[in-house]
Write a protein that binds this ligand. Structure first.
Ligand SMILES: Nc1ncnc2c1ncn2[C@@H]1O[C@H](COP(=O)(O)OP(=O)(O)OP(=O)(O)O)[C@@H](O)[C@H]1O
Ligand SMILES: [Mg+2]
Length: 235
């Protein structure tokens, strides 16, 4: 059945970084299946390989060995320009420090994210406004990043990642720069968007509170998966 199919299939993934004489083993045999529409959190100590794993899923980098298959495409063996194309169409990326353009308004920052996909100016504007509304900050459309709170800026970044309507939204510590209360607001928003749009959400975080909203939490240690837990049951 489509819903039970893996959108992301990771098999025996290794990533080594060479630094002069030494070799850093960032990933050591990670295998993981992520279903279409799932919300997965990746947790683990600093240096455990979280960002490295995200970079492989979003085709920002290639593994030393092993396979990453997304939507049936083997991205671990794609050429550089194929990977660029894959990122443009198939993944929305969100980072800890938002990465917004300071000289552009919230709406323009979202529009930048869809410029590759939508050429018509009016259509682009409508799509941008639609996604700002979806993340609850339509009233800030004309504000510059410096005129918004951290949580609001992160919402703009999430709207930008989602506006091109990618099958996967990939986030690296999206709440790493926010207080606990604002973080929970962002987690709840992501859960709502995941349910509403059906976009698969894969997020790296240090915050175990994510387990309240994620379908599964995957724990990394020294480049290996050492545990996976299902969502905390409320009530
Ligand atoms: N470009 C690189 N060159 C060399 N070593 C690297 C590189 N990127 C990451 N590493 C090393 O690989 C390991 C995993 O790094 P990674 O960035 O994936 O960790 P992380 O779990 O995201 O940590 P953090 O929570 O601090 O962001 C670390 O030992 C790190 O020093
Ligand atoms: Mg990291």
């Amino acid at each position: 059945m489509a819903s039970a199919q893996s959108l992301v299939s990771i098999t025996d993934l290794y990533k080594e970084y060479k630094l002069g004489e030494t070799t850093v083993h960032a990933l050591r045999g990670v295998s993981l299946e992520i279903a279409d529409g799932e919300f997965v959190a990746i947790l683990g100590q600093s240096g455990s390989g979280k960002t490295t794993l995200l970079n492989m899923i979003s085709a920002l980098d290639i593994p030393t060995s092993g396979d990453v298959v997304v939507e049936g495409s083997v991205i671990s063996s794609m050429k550089r320009d194929e990977r660029t194309q894959f990122r443009r169409t198939s993944v929305g990326l969100v980072f800890q420090f938002y990465n917004l353009f300071s000289t552009l308004t919230a709406l323009e920052n979202v529009e930048i994210g869809i410029a590759m996909k939508i050429k018509d100016k009016k259509e682009m504007r409508e799509r941008g406004l639609e996604y700002l509304e979806l993340v609850g900050i339509l009233d800030k459309a004309d504000n510059y990043p410096s005129q918004m709170s951290g949580g609001e800026q992160q919402r703009v970044a999430i709207a930008r990642g989602l506006a091109k309507e990618p099958p996967i939204l990939v986030l690296d510590e999206p709440t790493g720069n926010l207080d606990a209360e604002t973080s929970d607001v962002i987690w709840e928003l992501l859960q709502k968007l995941n349910k509403k749009t059906g976009t698969t959400v894969i997020t790296v975080t240090h915050q175990t509170s994510v387990s309240k909203v994620a379908d599964r939490s995957v724990f990394l240690r020294s480049g290996q998966v050492y545990g996976i837990s299902e969502r905390d049951q409320e009530e």
